[in-house]
Design a protein around this ligand. Structure first.
Ligand code: ARG
Length: 466
């Protein structure tokens, strides 16, 4: 380009101070916007030609030139030049090097402010769709395990104390419920990103007769942004996407934590496939759940990214401020983290081998069926508070005697409440206790099977051949 390198033009005589240039440049991270930047420029150039602002021949030269520059930069045949500051100036300067004057017409009616907002929206939209695919892949892994473990009973916990028996499938599908919400939030963030800011110019649009809808259509945007000042200063779509990613990471961190607990020798409920475990450099016997621990830890990164974003945008005056450049790295980091952790979580979940015997045995101690005694009395007309009290009293007697509730005699039960009869024994069978919880959202067999069917349909998974 003529004059000083980069966007400063002949207003300036000298170059930027070297360290200032380093701090100012975004090329190290915004080069990932290359495909979006080129797509945006192609749509812009074609619109300029359609409106007679440049000739058709210039538009053709620009489009072909941009494709070549993109290919060369992608292949590493052209180096990124930090002196050119960012992806936008790198692409434009190389285009001008290649095609000359036609290239100098590309930036007609456009600013880097609406350009970067466009690139980031395109990036956010594409990233959201990738994350959604990865979420569904993980959901399919949970679904396959749930199918295999409809009949596996395990203790459900509250306060990490054994509480009531559930089906393992029901526990696994709790993660599907979380992931389905994450999917919804990411989809929603993508929708909000799906508007074209091009035409907003630096802040106040342009005097030139451009066609914003034309560009929006070409880029597959659902429409155009409504206010030029807002459009160049808005990063809500990034904050929303990262917020949704942070929430997703919270869920993956809960999965990581449960896997760490479940794989411990103390519980031994499950083994993680070797492909997802590490050894110890010192203790030869160790098989550590490092990847589950990292699933747990990565939430910190994404929550941090969200905090960075909101802190950068907070208090900015309207329209573009260079601060907004600092919204890029947290966005990329949260997206990368989501994609990596989702892929690893999927692999881990698919690799899990449950010790169904241990899960079942864990139900038999800890009075998990105490609630059944109370519910039994309720069906005989006893007020719940009184029934709860009687059941609590029976737990106390049993624990004093070092026995489980099922080992209490009918006489002992009747001494606690005269309405107990012999049929109470069946209430203390954990499998029946689970199946009596036959209500929407409950762990009963039929409910879990129906939920598996619903999720299978949603994810387009065929039921396995009988
Ligand atoms: N690299 C810049 C960013 O990411 C591009 C926009 C620069 N605009 C400007 N007026 N300096 O925000």
């Amino acid at each position: 380009m003529s004059g000083p390198k980069g966007a400063r033009g002949r207003r300036f005589e000298g170059a930027l101070d070297p360290i200032a240039a380093q701090m100012n440049a975004s090329i190290d991270f915004d080069q990932r916007l290359l495909p979006h930047d080129v797509a945006g420029s192609i749509a812009h150039a074609e619109m300029l030609a359609a409106r007679g602002l440049i000739t058709a021949a210039d538009a053709t030269a620009i489009v072909e030139g941009l494709r070549k520059v993109e290919a060369k930069l992608t292949a590493g045949e052209l180096p990124w030049d930090a002196a050119l500051e960012d992806v936008h100036m790198n692409v434009e300067a190389r285009l001008i090097d290649d095609i000359g004057d036609a290239g100098r017409r590309l930036h007609t009616g456009r600013s880097r402010n609406d350009q970067v907002a466009t690139d980031l929206r395109l990036y956010a939209r594409a990233a959201a769709h990738e994350i959604i695919e990865a979420i569904d892949d993980l959901r399919r892994a949970f679904l396959a395990q749930a199918r295999a473990h409809v009949e596996t009973l395990m203790p459900g916990y509250t306060h990490f104390q054994r509480a009531q028996p559930v089906r393992l499938a029901h526990h696994l599908l709790a993660y599907d419920a979380m992931l389905e919400r994450d999917r919804g939030r990411i989809t929603d963030a993508a929708k909000r990103a799906d508007l074209s800011p091009l035409g907003s110019g630096a802040l106040a649009g342009t005097t030139l007769p451009i066609d914003r809808e034309h560009v929006a259509n070409a880029l597959g945007f659902a429409g155009v942004t409504r206010n030029s000042l807002d459009a160049v200063g808005d990063r809500d779509f990034a904050i929303e996407l990262v917020g949704a990613c942070a929430m997703l990471q919270l869920h993956l961190s809960r999965l990581g934590e449960e896997l760490v607990l479940w794989t411990s020798q103390e519980l031994g409920f499950v083994r993680i496939g070797e492909a997802y475990c590490s050894g110890s450099s010192l203790m030869p016997q160790k098989m550590n759940p490092d990847l589950a621990e990292l699933l747990r830890a990565k939430a910190g990164r994404s929550v941090g990214a969200w905090v960075t974003l909101v802190t950068v945008v907070k208090g900015l005056p309207l329209a573009y401020n260079k601060d907004l450049q600092e919204t890029q790295e947290p966005l990329y980091d949260a997206v990368d983290t989501a994609l990596t952790t989702l892929a690893v979580a999927k692999g881990i979940v698919a690799s899990l081998v449950f010790d169904t015997g241990k899960l079942r045995t864990a139900i038999d101690t800890g009075y998990l069926v105490a609630t059944e005694l109370a519910d039994y009395l309720v069906t005989k007309g006893v007020p719940f508070r009184e029934a709860h009290d009687v059941a609590g009293h029976l737990v106390r007697i049993a624990s004093k005697g070092g026995i489980e509730l099922a080992a209490l005699t009918i006489e002992e039960l009747q001494a606690a409440h005269p309405l107990f009869e012999a049929d109470v024994a069946s209430w203390l069978d954990p499998a029946r206790a689970v199946d009596r919880r036959d209500l929407p959202g409950g762990p009963a067999r039929t409910r879990v099977l129906a939920e598996i069917d619903r999720i299978s349909t949603e994810l387009g998974v065929q039921p396995p051949a009988p």
